[in-house]
Design a protein around this ligand. Structure first.
Ligand SMILES: C[S@@+](CC[C@H](N)C(=O)[O-])C[C@H]1O[C@@H](n2cnc3c(N)ncnc32)[C@H](O)[C@@H]1O
Length: 281
């Protein structure tokens, strides 16, 4: 059974994703990229991170893929607006990438694997399209290492329900801590991992985090309402609690993002040829 992507078609959530950048969200991976590399961004969403990856490796070609056609359309518009001639976007399922073995030098997956029922299988597919010696960068939050204060009984209830919903839909909110194991299971020979924290303790960042929580609530509560775990009035009350939290002079939160880089072996598992297929943009 496939997972359900909880934020499918959630325009408010997608608008917030579009504020992400490679400089911030891919900081751990950018040092591994250099001009001329062919890069694949899987689950690229609105494409703002992909755009930064393309700037980093230009004139190397960069391809963003997403399973949602609306996301790809939005990402294409962004590429056009920025005149990004080396950047292309396509609809594709990351479990079955429509590319030949060894098509890319590097791949990236940001905030994607935690939504998947079979993240190791997805990573094995990413590895297949990497050339021998290619690298992948992955980044996901781990809900076991988040801080949020001060809280309310309702927000505590919501945070527990948020975990339940993610698991019900086939994802793993505690996936970040397993990045190294997943990369090794997927056949990567080397897996190095670390973490960074997105925190808020002053007005603009508190508002940004509250807006993200409210948009995330909109998507996740679809499942909670369908399952009878919440009613619509309570969803409104949770949103109001997030808004009130962001106004408090003592509010603080921190989200831990786990990040890892996997390196594919030079010889193993790439079919018979060690020649990379050309990629045209
Ligand atoms: C939380 S968003 C992250 C988007 C972007 N990487 C970012 O960080 O801004 C997850 C994205 O993964 C995409 N996605 C989920 N399952 C997928 C699959 N099987 N194949 C390709 N994309 C998928 C979703 O459509 C969504 O755009």
């Amino acid at each position: 059974m496939r997972e359900i992507y909880s934020q499918h078609g959630n325009a408010a959530f997608e608008a917030l994703l579009a504020a992400r950048t490679a400089t911030r969200q891919a900081a751990f991976f950018l040092p591994h990229l250099h001009a001329g590399m062919r890069v694949l961004d899987v689950g690229c969403g609105p494409g703002s991170i992909t755009l930064g990856l393309a700037e980093r490796v230009a004139p190397g070609p960069v391809l963003g893929v997403d399973i949602q056609p609306a996301q790809v359309q939005r990402a294409r518009a962004l590429a056009v607006a920025h005149g990004a001639a080396t950047l292309r976007f396509e609809v594709a399922d990351l479990y079955a990438l429509p590319f030949a073995d060894g098509s890319f030098d590097a791949a990236f997956a940001h905030g994607v694997l935690m939504h998947l029922r079979e993240p190791a299988r997805a990573l094995a597919e990413v590895r297949r399209v990497l050339r021998p010696g290619g690298i992948v960068g992955i980044r996901d939050p781990d809900f076991g290492a988040n801080l949020f204060a001060p809280t309310t009984a309702l927000l505590q209830r919501w945070f527990a329900l948020r975990v339940q919903i993610r698991q019900h839909n086939g994802g793993d909110p505690y996936l970040g801590r397993h990045h190294r194991r997943l990369l090794l299971e997927a056949g990567f020979e080397q897996a190095d991992a670390g973490a960074s924290v997105d925190s808020a303790g002053a007005a603009p960042d508190l508002r940004r985090h509250a807006a993200f929580h409210v948009a995330q609530l909109q998507g996740l509560s679809t499942t909670a309402l369908a399952q009878g775990w919440l009613d619509a009035a309570t969803v409104e009350e949770i949103a109001a609690d997030f808004d009130a939290w962001a106004q408090r002079p003592d509010a603080f939160c921190a989200v831990t993002w786990c990040e890892a880089v996997g390196r594919s072996g030079v010889a193993a598992g790439h079919g018979k040829s060690t020649q990379s297929a050309p990629l045209t943009i």
